[in-house]
Design a protein around this ligand. Structure first.
Ligand SMILES: Cc1ncc(COP(=O)(O)O)c(C=O)c1O
Length: 400
């Protein structure tokens, strides 16, 4: 009998964090590294948000708060859902946690029993399957390839549903592909879901505001109100307001689920940081210019990266609707040998050779459940992106 639990042996450390760490180690050894592996905006938190946090400290808001959020933050979140998503959630149907990550974790831990199935379209955010496994559930991975725009089709959803299906996790726009579901695509999925009342929908809307070319963001409970009483609509301030370190995420759902999630949180982490809650409230209720400004910058960078990658022999890079990632295919490079003699057997070999030979750190597709691809996070400066893309091009040109 080992000391560590069986539960822990089911999961692996986050591969995106592992790649970021490897890049940092090489940099510490003096290598010229461009890291395109981290999933966070490179901007500073808006000034008025930082000011609200300082004021909260000076006003003495430094004690425990209600377990799953202050009443005024819950009110601000409820107003946000009404204003931006046309969703009517009472503050009692809102919960606040330490990042969107904790909201997802609470929901899965509070609802999954051994053998319960959770449908996860691939490519997926790396944490979904591991969170499901930790909670004792069974991830049911449905591959959504490049030819279908990395989106789940209604037919594939219908085929994946069984009597044991408890949740479908949807993430639009997606990490890692940037693919978004427009209203018609979302409606096609909700029509399937209406026929299966045992299935709940976990909608991860964390990249809601990072959409390009006028793409209209929609969320399932808004598109099909009849699904609202079995949907958890999850969101957070990390990506929308450059607040990854503040650790505030939130969700809205029927009160029974919200109370269950709060019960779990009360016996684990209690309230999210009091000061961060005041900062998040300022972000949600204050001026929203940051969102439009950062969106324009990300759209410019997306265009730069997509054009640059499509000029690389062997790479095919679709144009994503949102988030700050691209998920190109390297099908054209599989089986080739790099200039330094590495065989590109799969996307992991590609990412390792690229890092070793050019100093560009990306995350290989197998980590997100769909190969042969890699993910670039373009949340870094135009100069770094231009240099990275030209190094990738030289690498590809050197493969034969
Ligand atoms: C798809 C997705 N969901 C949720 C999160 C969690 O974000 P946070 O815990 O910072 O709110 C992330 C962060 O990378 C993400 O990419």
């Amino acid at each position: 009998m080992g000391f560590l639990s069986d539960r822990l042996s089911r999961i692996k450390p986050s591969p995106t964090i592992a790649m970021t760490t490897r890049a940092a180690e090489l940099r510490a050894k003096g290598r010229d590294i461009i890291s395109l592996s981290a999933g966070e905006p490179d901007f500073d938190t808006p000034v008025h948000v930082r000011g609200a946090a300082k004021a909260a400290i000076d006003a003495g808001h430094t004690r425990y708060t209600a377990v799953d959020g202050t009443p005024s933050l819950k009110r601000a979140i409820s107003d946000k859902f009404a204003r931006e998503n046309g969703l009517d959630y009472a503050p009692s149907q809102v919960t606040v946690g330490t990042g969107g990550k904790q909201i997802l974790f609470n929901a899965l831990m509070a609802t999954l029993d051994e053998g319960d199935e959770v449908i996860i379209p691939a490519p997926y955010w790396v944490s979904y399957p591991d969170m499901v496994l930790l909670a004792g559930g069974k991830p049911v991975i449905v591959e959504c390839g490049i030819d279908q725009g990395f989106r789940l089709t209604p037919e594939a959803l219908e085929a994946a549903i069984t009597p044991r299906t408890k949740w479908l996790i949807l993430n639009s726009p997606s990490n890692p592909s940037g693919a978004g579901y427009d209203r018609a695509a979302m409606q096609a999925l909700t029509e399937v879901l209406l026929r299966h009342p045992q299935v709940w929908i976990l909608s991860d809307d964390i990249y809601e505001h990072l959409v390009f070319d006028g793409f209209e963001f929609v969320t399932p409970a808004q598109v099909e109100p009849r699904l609202k009483d079995r949907t958890l609509t999850m969101n957070g301030v990390s990506k929308a307001y450059a607040m990854t370190g503040w650790r505030i995420g939130y969700g809205a759902a029927p009160e029974g689920l919200i109370k269950a999630m709060a019960k779990l949180q009360s016996q684990s982490t209690s309230n999210p940081c009091s000061v961060s809650q005041y900062a998040a409230e300022a972000a949600l209720t204050g001026p929203q210019d940051y969102i439009t400004e950062s969106r324009a910058v990300f759209q410019r960078r997306r265009d730069l990266v997509v054009a640059g990658l499509n000029a690389c022999p062997g790479i095919d890079c679709p144009t994503p609707q949102g988030a700050f990632y691209v998920y190109p295919s390297i099908k054209g490079l599989i089986g080739k040998t790099s200039a330094a003699g590495a065989t590109i057997t799969d996307d992991e070999a590609f990412a390792n050779a690229l890092l070793d030979e050019t100093g560009v750190a990306v995350v290989f597709g197998a980590a997100f459940g769909l190969s042969p691809h890699f993910r670039i996070s373009y949340a870094t400066s135009d100069e770094q992106l231009t240099e990275a893309v030209s190094r990738i091009r030289r690498f590809c040109e050197g493969c034969n």
